[in-house]
Design a binder for this molecule. Sequence first.
Ligand code: F6P
Length: 531
Amino acid sequence: MSERLTSQPLWLALTVQGAAIATYHLRDLFAADPDRFRHFSLRHDRLLLDFSKQRLNGETLNLLRKFAESRDWQGWIERMRRGEAINHTEGRAVEHTLLRAGDRAPADIRDVLARMERFCDDIHSGRWRGHGGERITDIVNIGIGGSDLGPRMAVRALSAFQQPDLRVHFVANLDGADLAGTLAGLNPRTTLFIVASKTFTTQETMTNARTARDWLLTAFGDPAAIAAHFAAASTNLDATAAFGIAPANVFPFRDSIGGRFSLWSAIGLPIALAIGFGNFRQLLAGARDMDEHFFTAPATDNLPLTLALLTLWNTCFLGTRSHGIYPYSHSLALLPDHLQQLEMESNGKRIDRDGMAVGHATNPVLWGAAGTNGQHSFFQLLHQGSEAVACDFIALARADFPLAGHHNGLLANCLAQSSALAFGLTADEVRAAGVTEALVPYRSFPGNQASTTLLLPELTPFTLGQLIALYEHKVFSLGVLWHLNAFDQWGVELGKQMASRLAPVLRGEAETTGLDASTRGLVEHLRANGA
Ligand code: F6P
């Protein structure tokens, strides 16, 4: 199918269009259309998406939208909503939008939410007591990937809504430094662990969970303590029971919920504990609002589809293979980490839905950091390096921590960067500013670096829900446009299998024969150095 994708008339027309647009600078595009902001910006609710600084014109946009129609994007939405197994390589439906469907959610999902609510109330009110009778003051979420990144990002993003007298920590890495560093500051009598793992087999999570259990048992000397200090979010109820977690403390979810889409499920328990259950429901409501927009808005108004089309355009027709995410919000500092998994694990693929190698680029490398910090590290490359990078700037109209004089400067920097990246500074402008001729090449900025700016009115559970769901549906749309299954992740398996074979080799319990020369050399060096 994808071989044919690249030979379809609309793909070919977009290729021609890409070559034509490449001859224009963003300065030209703005000069040609004084109303460019109005023509290339969209609003939904109180969100504003300005993509006028993208390298495209009205004809490009029409072609891109026609291409989306030709890929039957609305038909794929219907397939997802009907519960078809669109994750065909795992034989699973894709049901994360059901998790935030409110009153329309299936009974099992509403039941788990109700249980999560009672659990949160018990912890917050102090009704829940540790094994020694003390109140819980610290929650440690043990999980990795989708069982860590989304909740970790959301808890940080909503720190203005943090419940009093409760701290929420996250441990993910297999490196003992992560868990040891966290436990060092904690009292086992007032700590509760959530083991968050869809499969409950992930090496990092299970290793950390077992060490945490040992730490607790060393303190109490009584296995009964586990019931008061361990909870789990998982689909694997046999494994949670085998680990010793009381069934009443296990919060299940469906296996149709992919890890990177799971923060709305029981995996969101640390979020609900951090911000309170009413606020967690607001997070779900914000996502539901974006779902309804995505499902019903036409292509001309549809924010997630537009984001997907922009990435398709930049990646496949302008040759831009790098995508930067720059939230000008310290609270959103972990958004790039979450989106990295969401986008790269979903569409970082080269085999299409028909088992054929695609004949085009797929997901760009996605990375980023909060502004203004990024300006003082990697922005030099964006301004004067040799790489085209598609940039998403994200900012809040109103600050979540309104210290006098801060937010105005933050916003000014955000707007200044996207403008400087788009328009640059010509040699003549540099000369006109009185710069010595020898320095003119160094002080000039080529510009033409494309960006989109997303403005949120403020950062609340509701707008964060909208924001995350916006990118989730972008990812869904890109999968449709590229004819990929965005919901499996077989690419992570090979390394996991090899690691399990290498662990005994490193311990000296298995031979190095059969290893490639590099790995053998590294193993021998590590063994000789005390590994
Ligand atoms: O290795 C990748 C992955 O499977 C992710 O897709 C997932 O979010 C993560 O591992 C954690 O998996 P689990 O929740 O089953 O521990």
